[in-house]
Ligand binder design. Sequence first.
Ligand code: KG4
Ligand code: ZN
Length: 305
Amino acid sequence: MIATQDVHAEYGGVVPELASRAHLQNIIPVLNAALAQAKIKMEDIDAIGYTNGPGLMGALLVGSSFAKGLALGNAKPLIEVNHMKAHILAHFIEDNTSIPDFPFICLTVSGGHTQLVRLKDYYTFEIMGSTIDDAAGEAFDKAAKMLGLPYPGGPLIDKYAKEGDENAFIFNAGKLEKYNYSFSGLKTGILYFLRKEVAKDPDFIKKNLNNLCASIQKAILDSLFYQLERLVEDTGIKRVAVAGGVSANSGLRKRLAEKKDWETYIPKFEYCTDNGAMIAISAYFDFIKDKQGKLSAIPNPRMKI
Ligand code: KG4
Ligand code: ZN
């Protein structure tokens, strides 16, 4: 059960205070709806898993306080979950079409993170590379904003890109040392290019929306795959998974499907963007090892994998 927040579209991005207020309003109805839909009661639940970071502090505080109250009130074990690990562990939700064996490499691409992670087992995550500035999802969203599209713009760029020519315009994300990413230069490149073109023709964006989206998407995917390919080559690990909101991108999914000499894994579409099931499966792996969290735990907005 997922509550999606519409409040952010109006402001062109996530407003932290509005996000935490929306969490507060939604959290009890979402729990009740999830229990009703699963036809279970609180007594049937083994443990309470909750996100303790990374994320926005206000939203984390709402979730962690609620989870602690729920665990205490119902005498259930409480389990802390790392949001980015949970995106990766979403691969192990049983109704995915295929589930990776270990070791595998995961390209984790969300609105706040871009990481290349090597997994040895359910509990051992090694960060091989990450972004030094904007995340891939952020690059999609910021580019979309410059095109006048509402937040979150990633899915819209994906949609318009399908109708466009990805070679119509040339955009580039910088190429960094192994295996890191940078997307802030791309953002500036798009901004200057649009300024120049709109000065010549105020309708430039409207007339070229599909081609712009396709070309921007290509630049982001080129960068993501450049480092991913190097990592696969260097490690010899050809088992490759993707996780996080941007893994919902159809261009990314297509490129991955074209990698015939890799074993590729993409979670079911609904497990790519933020969802409760990924938090539950992560909590499950700790639960079976009896790794319980503490009521005194403080959310960490910058929690590392
Ligand atoms: O993982 P997620 O749902 O939330 C975070 O943890 O950040 O990722 C959200 C990000 C947003 O930047 C959104 O624009 C992007 O994922 N996104 C997409 C697509 N669907 C979601 N980006 C490109 N194409 C998509 N289809
Ligand atoms: Zn996420």
